[in-house]
Design a binder for this molecule. Structure first.
Ligand SMILES: Nc1ncnc2c1ncn2[C@@H]1O[C@H](COP(=O)(O)OP(=O)(O)OP(=O)(O)O)[C@@H](O)[C@H]1O
Ligand SMILES: [Mg+2]
Length: 458
């Protein structure tokens, strides 16, 4: 039977943790401080150590020195709210996972369940790192600039854990791709990865979309409906544009993160949530808290493991690497031999890339389509004017007889194109809120306007 050592100065916490771990099939020893913990480690070597970070006689992290590295003991750290630095440090030092107080019992069970299964994953992450050296990519993520290597390091540490991750970065920097990578490198990877754009769901429906509803719980609820939490069960729920989630719902989300339980709309039966949450925002989260768009308590709960996606302009040679590798892919599928001559690559490196990798990807696709086989000339495919100068924007002509709705649609797409897909810029230029823009795009795609999705997504 695997053996767990629980270290916490709070007798109640020790008792609660003992009960849960015993129920999961572990034998248990407890200690109230480092001194007692060291005695227990000598008495019986644990397979897992669950330790509070702050102990009367030091830090739980000091125990790493007492554990035999060869025995591969899994250390799970328990931290208070505002200790982002220590949680990140703990994973760097080799903690297998960590929990934030108040302890979410579901999460603790998921971690204990994972303990014996995590070796394969670690091997796989090791082999991805080998590929990074050889091919300049980490899974699907292209680039090996120092900024990206730093990011891959952090992804490698956090992916195999159950930790909630907050992705922060400008539009088009690859937040969704990073979220997918974290999912792929976790034990949840055989289960769904479900992306949800919090800004694109109507505020009236968002609660029932998230948590589901029972038949008859509100007008129009004519049958039972499973929400994202149930549909992503066992897997990862990617909450994109978290600052666009209505404040009332942020309260409910916080409760789920703390208790691991949620309720369908129209019931009071609690269901166990078995999802890992990855949230993303392209705004500065502290600014969003100051503006009242993001609740401070939710932010702290999400921000235990922040990952920042660097803007493309700070990734040096990655611009060329990504351009060339995307061009290779296009050449391979079309059986062509188009190339970027050095002057084009120099131009790409000098560009500011407000739309980041998405803009670069669009550029390479456009260049590929426009150019004949062989070297691609700069003049044939100019880079777009920076969206910070909207006055010089391209004109669109809308014939009399066009409906207002259709004119709106054309203007929205033209503006998005001009802004290289950066929705925030496009919304600013159009003088509408980001949420309105999302709602429109959602409507267009729901109406079967394929190109809506194409322009928006590609
Ligand atoms: N490092 C990368 N390597 C290869 N492709 C990338 C990389 N980063 C992003 N991409 C591609 O660029 C596009 C935009 O990425 P993604 O959707 O992940 O960005 P985002 O940060 O979520 O943007 P937004 O804030 O607008 O939602 C996608 O097609 C993605 O596959
Ligand atoms: Mg995104």
């Amino acid at each position: 039977m695997p053996h767990v050592l629980i270290v916490d100065d709070e007798p109640n916490t020790r008792a609660a943790l003992s009960e849960i771990t015993k129920a999961e099939g572990f034998t248990v020893a407890t200690a109230a401080d480092l001194r007692e913990a060291r005695i227990q480690i000598v008495r019986q070597a644990p397979d897992v150590v669950l330790t509070d970070l702050r102990l009367p006689d030091g830090s739980g992290m000091d125990l790493f020195d007492d554990l035999d590295a060869k025995l591969a003991v899994e250390v799970i750290l328990i931290t208070g709210h505002a200790s982002v630095e220590s949680a990140v440090d703990a994973l760097r030092l080799g903690a297998a996972d960590y929990l934030v107080k108040p302890i979410n019992v579901q999460r603790l069970k998921a971690i204990l369940d994972r303990v014996p299964r995590s070796t394969d994953l670690k091997a796989e992450i090791g082999s991805l790192r080998g590929e990074l050296r050889r091919f300049g990519r980490f899974g699907q993520m292209l680039g090996n600039s120092p900024a990206m290597q730093d990011l891959y390091d952090q992804i490698s540490k956090v992916a195999p854990t159950e930790a909630t991750v907050l992705l922060i970065g400008e539009s088009g920097t690859g937040k969704e791709l990073a979220a997918q990578t974290v999912h792929e490198l976790s034990l949840r990877r055989k289960q769904p990865f479900l992306p949800v754009n919090c800004g694109a769901i109507s505020p009236n429906l968002i609660e029932s979309e998230m948590f589901g509803h029972e038949r008859g719980s509100f007008t129009g609820a004519d049958r039972q409906h499973k929400g994202y939490f149930e549909r992503a069960s066992g897997g990862t729920l990617f909450l994109d544009e978290i600052t666009e989630m209505p404040i009332e719902l942020q309260v409910k989300l916080l409760r789920v993160l703390e208790t691991g339980l949620f309720m369908r709309v129209g019931t009071n039966r609690e269901i166990e949530a078995d999802v890992r949450i990855i949230a993303a925002t392209n705004r500065d989260p502290e600014g969003a808290v100051a503006d009242g768009k993001l609740r401070a308590d939710l932010y702290h709960r999400l921000n235990v493991f922040p990952l920042e996606l660097p803007p493309l302009r700070n990734r040096g040679k990655d611009v060329e690497l990504i351009a060339l590798s995307l061009l290779d892919q296009l050449n391979a599928s079309a059986k062509t031999t188009k190339t970027f001559p050095p002057e084009v690559l120099a131009n790409l490196s000098a560009h500011h890339w407000p739309g980041n990798v998405r803009e670069l990807k669009n550029y390479v696709q456009r260049a590929f389509i426009m150019a004949d086989d062989g070297p691609i000339s700069t003049s044939a495919v100019p880079l777009q004017i920076s969206p910070t100068k909207p006055a010089q924007g391209a004109a669109i002509s809308i014939p009399v007889g066009t409906s207002l709705a259709d004119a709106d649609r054309q203007l929205i797409f033209a503006t998005l194109e001009q802004c290289s897909g950066v929705k925030k810029h496009a919304a600013d230029i159009l003088g509408i809120s980001l949420k309105t823009l999302y709602n429109r795009l959602e409507e267009y795609s729901a109406n079967g306007t394929r190109e809506a999705m194409e322009t928006e997504r590609s």
